[in-house]
Design a protein. Sequence first.
Length: 228
Amino acid sequence: MWADEIIVVDSGSTDGTTDICEKYHCRVFKTEWLGFGTTKKLAVERASHEWILSIDADEVVTPELKTSILALLRGNPECKGYRIRRRSFYLGKMIRFSGWRRDHPVRLFDRRFGALNDRMLHESVVVHGPVGDIHDPLMHYSYPTVSSHITKMIPYSGLGAEILHEQGRSATIPSAVARGILRFIRMFILQMGFLDGRIGFILAYNSAYGVYLKYLRLWELSRQESCT
């Protein structure tokens, strides 16, 4: 194992994840689901070292990335956090366009100067200090099947709608439809998703449907509030 320790925060998995992790001597902590940002912060708080590499269960560190990280940390890092280039796959195909090509999230950081925010969805690392870039890739196997994407749409659209509702936002049925159509146009045409072929079309279509669901559920929340 090239990392000093591996910390896993599990929020109720049923596929044997914790057994596998414990087999490889990971430090496993169980908790109820608290949202993406807050749940990940629990792992950071339990770390024994200052530098944190935060990755999700569907991400894989490449040998090149491992080498770059180790070389960086053996020296005297100039920055307090580092963005890592992420290559994402959809239905087994690497997506080169569709708005996914410029995906460089901060994943390596010194926790004395950085931390996860508390966002329920689309959390990120906030670093107080200079941020650099690591160009060796982190592989992201986001949705291996269509059903895995559709299954996640339900909770994700609900969370997104709740966040917008708390911000005082509202929606109508026509605006939900329009936002879905605009998302498809943006991903498939403006962000050249058509160059990803038929997989790019499926990605854009399903992503558009997810946006439609989010704003439809926002409309539903607003409607329920007005009826009380």
